[in-house]
Design a binder for this molecule. Structure first.
Ligand SMILES: *[C@@H]1O[C@H](CO)[C@@H](O)[C@H](O)[C@H]1NC(C)=O
Ligand SMILES: *[C@@H]1O[C@H](CO)[C@@H](O)[C@H](O)[C@H]1NC(C)=O
Ligand SMILES: *[C@@H]1O[C@H](CO)[C@@H](O)[C@H](O)[C@H]1NC(C)=O
Ligand SMILES: *[C@@H]1O[C@H](CO)[C@@H](O)[C@H](O)[C@H]1NC(C)=O
Ligand SMILES: *[C@@H]1O[C@H](CO)[C@@H](O)[C@H](O)[C@H]1NC(C)=O
Length: 624
């Protein structure tokens, strides 16, 4: 919870009081002021234009800085043994712009649903800090505003990381972050700073309500058994992104003649440069809410240095076989409105074709291209974050140590994965389809998910597809806050044909088969959605869902936890063929679900509503 004075409409009161109450840091040797480090053990960075402001847009040249957290990092190997500052970024619902349609016009207020219901009005925030390390480090965290914490007040998610947390008795908390060659991405959660999301009804189709802000939307004066808890999240999130130092192949040389070093401030002219690399050094860049960078076709590499903060979006046009976005900087969509439509003045006018993607490109027909995304953080996407157009059979994604934060708006999908894509070591805050396995030969592993309320986590539907050889192995879902049955609140999902009613059960195409699919080693912490909603628009063969642990469902009367696997047909009433569909070692709250145990059905613990014909024929089996 924020101190009560932060509830006053005048933000300055809160900031002034918070600054006055900030405890001096005394318990450790700490580098003075905002001192950062850049040596063989550790690299941290700082923004001199940090703006502490959790309610309104920040100035173009400023970077929103956490109004709650400060962080310092100390290497356990560095003999200098000092804590160095690490800038704590912050992102907020709607970027403080309000629910507007026209960029920069606060009067263009919209009532069209953007999926943010109560979050802006109760001042939900998400902070993060990131650094590069070569050996184990301690991360020291303090909270502003006379707000000390002990270690026992802190839970790290995913909880199975088992990280050591200590405190110094003076209010500061310390987390030991072991070195991993794949980096580490996790959430630091103060148990005295949680927000409990309640639904407005105990039926299947409602939205969140709040009891904080009587003049705000979706207000209720109190919660009852008819306003069930749908999720519990930090009010002010804090994420830690620790990355190894990158190999030189991922860092361009800024002085090379092939690099265009972008001047800080307003970004212009990237569509008419002749270099192949666009280099954003440390500093702040902005494109405004009414343009984005359509790169000239010479550009096949965009580099965001650690400490680069770029407000804008990037579109590649190159026919190069290898397209890269690397570095530990941030690409932030915070200046855009929801669904910014590039053909309509970047106004909020939702279009699957023209709404702005943070990262996009055109895939040249007949040329196999790979988009490598390594290290970068994407903040506040106004729409799907990563999509290509053009020949989608000749583009694949290769993604590692990617972070997405601030995805409060509705249609903020994860990366669209085309044929041959691989994704690993990724953190997604996402409010829509997240792990989008839309092509064959996809491998995804070690993914942390913080899921908003729309659509399933793993999605491979919306059309009948032939898919073969897909592995999603290792997903830790640290939060889900589904509010309604209608959005397919599931770990694994294949939605009905886009823009069709789900009741249209004759929409399958039997020419397509989904085969050799493995979704396994998936853990979901806290209250969440169901195991699966699969609308079978194709035949299914050898599909394995294995080692999946769901912690908890919301109240039973709220029927959004029910898994569905019906039998669809083609227009001639021929049913899809299903074989070798196995659910193995699926647990709910630690209890194994199986046919043998008799606890799998829709009104049992497992909540699996699977067409009886599929179970009786052995096409689907549920085994411990
Ligand atoms: C510390 O902050 C000041 C003012 O905000 C800035 O001029 C200076 O560059 C910062 N130092 C570091 C190491 O970032
Ligand atoms: C929305 O944008 C599309 C282009 O994507 C345009 O054709 C349409 O007229 C716009 N709608 C409105 C209501 O302005
Ligand atoms: C299956 O997909 C993985 C991951 O993309 C790939 O490495 C492997 O070669 C594919 N197997 C076949 C038989 O194509
Ligand atoms: C069952 O799945 C859990 C994760 O959900 C895993 O920890 C456990 O090892 C699995 N059991 C077996 C026998 O594989
Ligand atoms: C929830 O939605 C599914 C469609 O995904 C539907 O089959 C089911 O009947 C709905 N459940 C309730 C309780 O409305």
């Amino acid at each position: 919870m924020l101190p009560y004075f932060c509830l006053l409409p005048r933000l300055w009161t809160c900031v002034v009081v918070a600054v006055l109450l900030t405890k001096p840091v005394t318990a450790d040797v700490v580098a003075p002021g905002n001192t950062t480090v850049n040596n063989a053990y550790l690299k941290t960075w700082w923004h001199s234009t940090g703006e502490i402001n959790y309610q309104t847009p920040v100035q173009p040249g400023n970077v929103r800085q956490s109004h709650v957290y400060s962080a310092w990092i100390k290497s356990t190997s560095d003999p200098s043994a000092t804590y160095y500052n690490s800038f704590v970024y912050e992102t907020i619902p709607r970027n403080g712009q309000g629910q507007i349609n026209v960029p920069g016009d606060p009067s263009s207020v919209s009532t069209e649903y953007d999926s943010v219901t109560i979050e802006a009005d109760i001042w939900i925030t998400m902070g993060w800090t990131q650094f590069l390390y070569a050996s184990d480090v301690w991360v020291k965290v303090s909270r502003r505003g006379n707000n000390p914490s002990t270690a026992s007040n802190v839970i790290i998610r995913p909880t199975n990381l088992g990280l050591t947390v200590t405190d110094d008795g003076a209010g500061n908390v310390y987390i030991l972050v072991p070195y991993r060659s794949s980096g580490l991405r996790f959430s630091v959660e103060f148990q005295d700073n949680l927000y409990t999301y309640h639904d407005s009804c105990d039926g299947t189709s409602c939205d969140f309500v709040q009891d904080w802000h009587p003049s705000g939307p979706y207000y209720v004066s109190g919660f009852t058994s008819s306003t069930p808890v749908m999720g519990i999240e930090p009010h002010d999130a804090l994420l830690i992104f620790a990355s190894p130092f990158p190999p030189s192949s991922l860092v361009p040389i800024s002085t090379s003649s092939s690099a265009y070093v972008v001047p800080q401030g307003l970004v212009t002219g990237l569509g008419s440069i002749s270099q192949s690399t666009v280099y954003f050094g440390p500093g702040v860049y902005y494109m405004t809410g009414t343009t984005h960078a359509v790169l000239s076709s010479s550009v096949n590499w965009v580099y965001l240095a650690p400490g680069a903060y770029v407000k804008g979006a990037v579109q590649f046009t190159t026919p190069s076989a290898n397209i890269k976005a690397t570095g530990f900087g941030v690409l932030s969509g915070e200046q855009y409105v929801y669904q910014a439509n590039t053909q309509d003045g970047y106004t909020n006018n939702g279009s699957n074709e023209y709404s702005l993607r943070m990262w996009s490109g055109y895939s040249t027909s007949g040329v196999q291209q790979t988009f490598m995304l390594n290290g970068v953080t994407t903040n506040a996407p106004p729409f799907n974050s990563i999509d290509f157009t053009g020949d989608l059979d000749t583009i694949s994604i290769s993604q590692a140590d990617y972070k997405q934060v601030g995805a409060y708006f509705g249609q903020t999908d994860g990366t669209t994965l085309y044929k041959g894509s691989n994704v690993r070591d990724t953190f997604y805050h996402s409010n829509d389809d997240t792990i989008k396995t839309y092509g064959s030969n996809i491998a995804a592993s070690n993914i942390i998910i913080w899921k908003g309320k729309t659509a399933p986590i793993i999605q491979f539907g919306w059309a009948s597809r032939t898919l073969n050889n897909i592995t999603v192995d290792g997903v830790d879902v640290i939060h889900m806050k589904y509010n309604s049955n209608g959005s397919h609140p599931s770990i694994v999902g294949a939605n009905q044909v886009y823009n069709y009613a789900e009741t249209q059960t004759n929409t399958a195409n039997l020419a397509n088969t989904v085969s050799n699919v493995y979704f396994g080693n998936i853990r979901a912490e806290g209250i969440g959605g169901n195991l699966m909603r699969i609308v079978p628009l194709a035949n299914y063969n050898n599909v394995v869902l294995e080692n999946i642990a769901l912690d908890q469902f919301s109240v039973r009367t709220n029927g959004i936890y029910e898994s569905e696997l019906p039998v669809f047909t083609d227009t001639n009433d021929n049913p899809v063929r299903v074989s070798g569909f196995v659910i193995r070692n699926f647990t709910v709250g630690g209890t194994a679900i199986s046919q043998a145990a008799g606890n799998y059905g829709p009104s049992s613990l497992g909540g699996l509503n699977i067409a009886p014909s599929l179970l009786s024929s052995g096409a689907v089996t549920i085994v411990p």
